[in-house]
Write a protein that binds this ligand. Structure first.
Ligand SMILES: [Zn+2]
Length: 306
C-alpha cells in the first residue's frame, strides 16, 4: 500500500529547507534536503530555482509515497487568506500567486504562508503551543517578528499582522525600515552582537559571545544584554496588553540563552503589566525546523482542500 505524503519548502534569503512528511506531521520528516535559494541572482532566477528545487523534491518524494500536496513558507508580506504574496523584498517578488504557480508547475496542490506565521503554526500545532487557543510566537534571530494565535486562529490581517520588530519608537538609531529606535535594532541576536562591538571595539560573532562576556563580569556586555531584554519586554508587554495572550513562545537563537533571558524578561514584563494576565514564557521546541514543519502542515491543508 502506498502512503500519502506531502512536500514542504521553507524559502530563506540564503537557503531553502525542504522536507517530505507522512500522514503524522508530529513525526520526523521522511526526507530532508537543503539547496541555495539564489535570491541574489534576481527574482526570475530565484523563482526558477524554487520550481527546480520543488521538482527535484517531488521526484525524490515519489519513491516514498503518493505526493498529495505541498506547502511553502516565504518571507515578506503575505496575505494568506487571499493566497497572495504582496511583497517579498529579499526575493524581489511582488503580487505573486505562489500556490497556484507551483501547483501549475508541479501538478500538486500547493498552499503557502508567511515564514514566521508558518513557524508559529508549527509551534502551535506540534511544539510548545500544543492545545492552546491563544498565544504569541516570537522568533528572535537576525530580526524579530511574531505570529499571533487568537481564539484558535492564526491572525494574518491580510499580511500585516505581527511586525513587532519595527516601529513604536521615534528616537534612537536609524533602522533599514525607515524608522528610528526600532526594537529590532536593540534586541535581535544580531543587534546584541553589533552593539557590544560598537561599545567595546571587541568582535562578538554572536549574542552568545556577549552572554559569555557578561558571565565573565563584563559591564558593557551586561548593559547591552539588559537593554535588549528591556526592549523585548516592551514588545511582549504591548502584545499582551492588546491581546491578552497567556502564552509567549520565544524562538530563534536567543531562546537558547535559557534563564539568562527568561528570568529578566519575565521581570521586565511583570513590571510593565498591572491588571493584565501574566503570560507564561516558554522556549520554542522546534528550533530551525519550525518553518519547514509548518510548511508540511500547509501541504496537508492543500491536499484536503484540493
Ligand atoms: Zn525598523
Amino acid at each position: 500500500m502506498t502512503s500519502d505524503i506531502v512536500l514542504a519548502l521553507d524559502v530563506g534569503g540564503t537557503d531553502t529547507k525542504m522536507a517530505v512528511f507522512g500522514e503524522h506531521p508530529e513525526e520526523p520528516p521522511l526526507l530532508t534536503w537543503t539547496a541555495p535559494t539564489r535570491a541574489s541572482e534576481g527574482p526570475d532566477i530565484a523563482f526558477a530555482t524554487l520550481v527546480e528545487n520543488a521538482r527535484v523534491l517531488l521526484r525524490r518524494a515519489s519513491e516514498l509515497g503518493r505526493v498529495v500536496g505541498g506547502g511553502l513558507a516565504v518571507p515578506g508580506i503575505i496575505d494568506e487568506g487571499a493566497e497572495l504574496l504582496i511583497n517579498a523584498e529579499n526575493l524581489g517578488w511582488r503580487d505573486r500567486r505562489l500556490g497556484a504557480e507551483l501547483s501549475d508547475a508541479l501538478g500538486v496542490p500547493f498552499n503557502f504562508g508567511h515564514d514566521v506565521r508558518t513557524g508559529g503554526l508549527a509551534e502551535w500545532k506540534l511544539g510548545a503551543g500544543r492545545g492552546e487557543s491563544d498565544l504569541v510566537f516570537v522568533p528572535i534571530g537576525t530580526g524579530i517578528a511574531s505570529a499571533l494565535v487568537l481564539n484558535d486562529r492564526l491572525i494574518d490581517a491580510h499580511g500585516f499582522a505581527g511586525e513587532v520588530g519595527h516601529g513604536g519608537f521615534v528616537e534612537g538609531p536609524d533602522c533599514p525600515c525607515g524608522g528610528r529606535g526600532c526594537p529590532e535594532r536593540t534586541a535581535s541576536a544580531a543587534a546584541i552582537a553589533r552593539r557590544y562591538t560598537e561599545r567595546t571595539g571587541r568582535p562578538a560573532p554572536g549574542a552568545v559571545d556577549v552572554l559569555r562576556a557578561m558571565h565573565e563580569g563584563n559591564a558593557d556586555a551586561a548593559a547591552v544584554w539588559h537593554e535588549a531584554v528591556e526592549a523585548l519586554g516592551q514588545i511582549l508587554t504591548a502584545v499582551v496588553r492588546v491581546t491578552g495572550v497567556p502564552l509567549a513562545i520565544i524562538g530563534g537563537g536567543l531562546a537558547q540563552a535559557g534563564a539568562d533571558l527568561f528570568d529578566p524578561l519575565g521581570a521586565a514584563i511583570d513590571r510593565r503589566l498591572t491588571v493584565h494576565r501574566r503570560p507564561r514564557l516558554v522556549p520554542a521546541q522546534l528550533g530551525k525546523s519550525a518553518g519547514v514543519r509548518g510548511a508540511g502542515l500547509l501541504g496537508w491543508r492543500a491536499a484536503r482542500e484540493a
